[in-house]
Design a protein around this ligand. Structure first.
Ligand code: ADP
Length: 199
């Protein structure tokens, strides 16, 4: 980083934005196997928050790879850079006052801890906990079938590990609850932690 780049103070403060929005920002970091329900639940939460008048945005894996991260591949260094950029963007959205949802498998604890370190107090880890057998039965994009046939190398859960969170703020067991109940659980967490009031 150049030593000639100076961080500017802003005329509108973080507290000003919270007051205007009527809620605090957050980074809801959904993690789980492919097909666990990250996108589905993140969208259901987004809709609930939107209907409550919250300012929200969703960052979805595939969409980000079409734009900001289209220069990145899937080797280790690119994967780490992918998550780092997403986290920095999520942090900017949060600093702008929004409740941001990110839906990425993000299988490695170290990457998620880096995201937590960057996003700071805004970071809320949401473990979308769905057994591999159920993800494979759902197989919404037909990816497990391809992975089992050996057509997708390093597929999380099949030929690449998924490191489950040990201390996620929110733990959703989707084999036991509906999408609606999972979304309610996330919103309830935000209410309990005073994110949806400006106090
Ligand atoms: P991911 O984003 O984790 O890859 P998706 O949200 O794309 O997963 O796909 C999950 C699929 O599982 C969707 O088709 C969704 O409708 C289905 N599903 C069934 N039951 C649930 C549940 N309780 N929670 C989340 N998704 C569920």
């Amino acid at each position: 980083m150049s030593e000639n780049i100076v961080w500017h103070d802003t005329a509108v403060s973080f507290d000003d934005r919270v007051r205007l929005n009527g809620h605090k920002p957050a980074v809801l970091w959904y993690t789980g196997l492919s097909g666990s329900g990250k996108s589905t639940i993140a969208n259901a939460v987004d809709l609930k928050l939107f209907e409550r008048g919250c300012h929200t945005y969703l960052l979805d894996g595939d969409n980000v790879r079409h734009g900001l991260n289209k220069d990145l591949g899937f080797d280790d260094a690119s994967r780490i850079e992918n998550i780092r950029r997403i986290t920095e963007v999520a942090k900017l959205f949060a600093e702008a006052g929004l409740i941001v949802g990110t839906a990425f498998i993000s299988p490695f604890i170290a990457d998620r801890e880096q995201a937590r370190a960057i996003a700071g107090a805004h970071f809320i880890e949401v473990f979308v906990d769905t057994p591999l057998e159920i993800c494979e039965q759902r197989d919404p994009k037909g990816l497990y079938k391809k992975a089992r046939a050996g057509d997708i190398p390093h597929f999380t859960g099949i030929s690449s590990p998924y490191e489950a969170p040990k201390n996620a703020e929110i733990h959703l067991k989707t084999a036991e609850i509906s999408v609606e109940a999972a979304a309610e659980q996330v919103v309830a967490y935000l209410i309990q932690n005073h994110k949806l009031g400006s106090e």
